[in-house]
Write a protein that binds this ligand. Sequence first.
Ligand code: NI
Length: 200
Amino acid sequence: MGALACVGTGVYFEYRKREKLAEIASEVKSYGKPALGGPFVMFNQDGVPVTDASYHGKFVLLYFGFTFCPDICPNELVKMGKVIDALDKKTLPLEPVFISLDPARDTLGQLKNYGQDFHPKFQWLTGTKDQIASVTRAFRVYFSKVDENDDNDEDYLVDHSIVMYLLSPTGEFLEFYTQRSTVTDIVASIEKNMKDNKKK
Ligand code: NI
């Protein structure tokens, strides 16, 4: 295996990821809530079919990644776990959902096994290539398979946007968080969004 990194595989990829993020950020600024997200059909780590509606009634923190990601995804998933625990203490339940960008290697067995290292509340979703293409388009997630060496089909990285999305109990996009957002920042923002949502 060559030097493994989940990001930083090139200036072009960095550019594409930042462009996607800038797109989302500018829309949040101009229109309040951008039209991010939408219906999706996938299945969870137990092979149970799920849709966006499966999570209605709960606030959801959604993250896209791949289980073979060497460090960025694990760091972000640990961060999400801390956010969940902090909110649980305040009896503000939040549903963490992971969507795989690498369905070829992220099989149900792999997702289940991987999930043991993270917060038990996590739902680990995967689907067909088309289902993943559709949900990533809806959330404007950038991802691209990076071949480290062409002679080994199983040895590759997936360069991808590192963004967490907060969704309302009706599945509406509320907020996004980047790699730079701290646990404290995210908890405070989610708490505020939960309070604002109650007033509606
Ligand atoms: Ni990653």
